[in-house]
Structures are given as C-alpha cells and as structure tokens.
Design a protein around this ligand. Sequence first.
Ligand SMILES: [Zn+2]
Length: 138
Amino acid sequence: MTLADTSFRPGELEVREDGTGNLIGSRCNSCGAHFFPVRRACSGCLSADLETVALSTEGTLYTFSIVRQSLPNFEVPYALGYVDLPEGLRIMGQIGGCELDEIRIGMAMVLSLEPFGQDQHHNPLTGYRFTPVEAQDD
Ligand SMILES: [Zn+2]
C-alpha cells in the first residue's frame, strides 16, 4: 500500500492511492494517551516515548457551529464541529455531506478526504472533513 503525504498541512493526514486515508497522531507508550497532531512528548506523563499511529476514521459529533461569515475565499454558510474519536481525541473539522439542518450533536461521523487546492508546485493537496455515517450510502 503506497502512502503519499499530500495533506494540505504536512504530516497530519495519510492518503492512500484509492483515495482513502486517515489522520496521523501520536500514542504515548508510557501512559497510552493519544495526541493530534503528532507531538514529541506526552503532556500527560511527560514521556518522550511516543509512536506515530493512524487514528480512527469514525467518531461522534461533540458539538458544532454554523459559520455564516468568513474570509472571501470561503463559501458560507458551512458547519464546523468537533468530533470525538475512540482514542479520546477531539478533532476540529468541517462537517459536510448533509444539509446543515440535518446535523445533530451525537451523530456518528466518518472522516472524508477531498481535494484541497494545490501546493506551490501545482501538486494536488488533500484535505479532510467529517460526514455523517448515514450519508456514506449515497
Ligand atoms: Zn504519556
């Protein structure tokens, strides 16, 4: 399986050739805590024995907000939320794949990769957002 770092923020996302992927984080080998993005020391137990791990792609929507005003390049309105992963991480990301009025706290969400512009060499970059698990069927 080939992995490419085409993440719009280098080192945060692992993208496979089939277009699937996952966020990359750190796991503390001393106390088991997880972190995102990758870090070199554990803020829980101060250990430097951390390994880089693939994070779960599914989680639960903790909370969200509808953004109605943003920078000129961003089309509004859109939803921004926090998704809780089983590792105990709370990840912020855009919520998509459904109508804004269908979004509910507690929904099962899945990570979704999508094009996110280009780098300075015109290589396509990949970003991520979270979509409701039910929306994966269409
Ligand atoms: Zn630790």
